[in-house]
Ligand binder design. Structure first.
Ligand code: SF4
Length: 360
C-alpha cells in the first residue's frame, strides 16, 4: 500500500487527478501506512498551496428558527435544542467582530445566517455591515446566507462579497438522510450561480453523520466538478435534541484521513478545517496541516465556541508555519494587527513569495 500511496501522490504532484477508485483505495489505508498518507498529503499541500495557511472567521448574523429540518443543526425549528428564538446582530456588532477577526489574523470574514435562504429585505438589512467590513478592514468579505436567487447573488457581489459559502454537506445519495425540506440540486444551483455572479465558491461538507467513505469520495468528486475554490471540512459535534445527538463515531485519525484523502482528490483547493476541530482532533490539531489542510477557522463557530485565537497563533508559531494574512500585510507594508513572535516574523520574511491575498 505504501507504494500505491507514493505512486499516486507523484501522479497528483505532476498534475493528474485521483479517481473515485483511487480515493476509495486511499480511504482503506490503515495501520502505520496512514502516516505515509499524511506525509504525501503534506507534500501535495506544499506543492499546490505553498507553506502559508489561511485563517478565516465567521459571525452569526441571524441565529435560530429555521424552518428546515437538517438533522445535524442546532438552529432547526424542528428540534428542541439549546437555541431558542431568533436573534439578529446589528451593524455595529458585525463590524466590531470583523475588526477583532482581523486582529486575530483572519484573511477573510463571513457573515452566516440561519434559514434556507435570505429574503431581499434580509440582504438589505446586512448591506451596510457588509460594505463597512470591506471598507474598514483588510478582510475579504464572505457570506453564507443559504440558497440564493441569481439577482440576490449579484446584489451580494455588489455589496463587496467576494466569496460565498454554501456547503453541499454530503453526497447526493446520502443527502436525503439528513434533510427532507430542500433538494441537493437547490444547493448545487446556488454554488453555480454564485460563481456566475463573480464570487469565489466556498463549499464543503460535514462528516460524521453516518455517511460512508463512498459518500465522502463522491462529495469530493462533486466539489471538483463544481470547481470550488475553498472546501470547508466540518466534523459533527452532536447537538443534544437533534436526530444526530448520538452520532459520536468519528475518530481523530479518521478525521485526519478525511483531510488527506481530500488533499489527494482536490489538490489545488484551499481545504479548511472548520467546526469540530477541537472536539475531534484534540491533541492532534496541529497535525491538520500535515494531513493536507491549508486553512482553518479561527475564533468561535456559529453556535459553539472555539479555542482562543492566541492558542492557534502560538500553534502556528511553534510549527513555523506562516499565516497568509501576515504575509499579505507585510507585502502591503502594513503593521500586523496582532503581535507576532520573532520566529513567525522571520518566517514571513522568508516565504513572502507565497503571498496570496484573498482580498484580490
Ligand atoms: S438550512 Fe441551515 S440553518 Fe436551517 S436547519 Fe439547515 S443547516 Fe440549519
Amino acid at each position: 500500500m505504501s507504494e500505491f500511496i507514493s505512486d499516486l501522490a507523484k501522479d497528483v504532484l505532476s498534475g493528474k487527478c485521483g479517481s473515485r477508485e483511487q480515493g476509495l483505495a486511499l480511504a482503506s489505508v490503515g495501520g502505520e501506512e496512514i502516516y505515509d498518507l499524511f506525509y504525501w498529503a503534506n507534500k501535495i499541500r506544499l506543492r499546490f498551496m505553498g507553506p502559508a495557511v489561511h485563517a478565516c472567521s465567521i459571525v452569526a448574523g441571524k441565529v435560530g428558527e429555521c424552518n428546515q429540518d437538517c438533522t445535524f443543526c442546532s438552529q432547526s425549528g424542528h428540534y428542541r435544542t439549546h437555541i431558542t428564538g431568533q436573534t439578529f446582530l446589528d451593524t455595529e456588532a458585525v463590524v466590531a467582530a470583523a475588526k477583532e477577526s482581523a486582529a486575530n489574523g483572519a484573511t477573510c470574514y463571513g457573515l452566516v445566517n440561519s434559514g434556507l435562504g435570505p429574503s431581499d429585505a434580509e440582504i438589505e438589512l446586512f448591506a451596510e455591515a457588509l460594505l463597512r467590513t470591506g471598507r474598514e478592514t483588510t478582510l475579504g468579505v464572505c457570506a453564507s446566507l443559504g440558497v440564493l436567487t441569481e439577482p440576490q447573488a449579484r446584489r451580494l457581489h455588489e455589496l463587496g462579497v467576494q466569496r460565498y459559502n454554501h456547503n453541499l454537506q454530503t453526497s447526493r445519495r446520502f443527502f436525503p438522510n439528513i434533510c427532507a425540506t430542500h433538494r441537493y440540486d437547490d444547493r448545487i444551483e446556488t454554488v453555480r450561480l454564485c460563481k456566475r455572479a463573480g464570487m469565489k465558491s466556498c463549499c464543503g461538507g460535514l462528516f460524521g453523520m453516518g455517511e460512508g467513505w463512498e459518500d465522502r469520495v463522491e462529495l469530493a468528486l462533486q466539489l471538483r466538478e463544481l470547481d470550488v475554490d475553498i472546501v470547508p471540512v466540518n466534523f459533527l459535534i452532536p447537538i443534544p435534541g437533534t436526530p444526530l445527538e448520538g452520532n459520536a463515531n468519528l475518530t481523530t485519525l479518521e478525521c485526519l484521513k478525511i483531510l488527506a484523502v481530500y488533499r489527494f482528490l482536490l489538490p489545488s483547493a484551499t481545504i479548511k478545517v472548520c467546526g469540530g476541530r477541537e472536539v475531534h482532533l484534540r491533541d492532534l490539531q496541529s497535525w491538520m496541516f500535515f494531513a493536507g489542510a491549508s486553512g482553518f477557522l479561527i475564533g468561535n463557530y456559529l453556535t459553539t465556541c472555539g479555542r482562543s485565537a492566541a492558542q492557534d497563533l502560538q500553534m502556528l508559531s511553534d510549527l513555523q508555519i506562516p499565516l497568509a494574512s501576515r504575509l499579505a500585510a507585510q507585502a502591503a507594508g502594513h503593521q500586523p494587527a496582532a503581535a507576532e513572535t520573532s520566529t513567525t516574523k522571520a518566517l514571513h520574511d522568508q516565504v513572502a513569495r507565497y503571498v496570496q491575498t484573498d482580498k484580490a
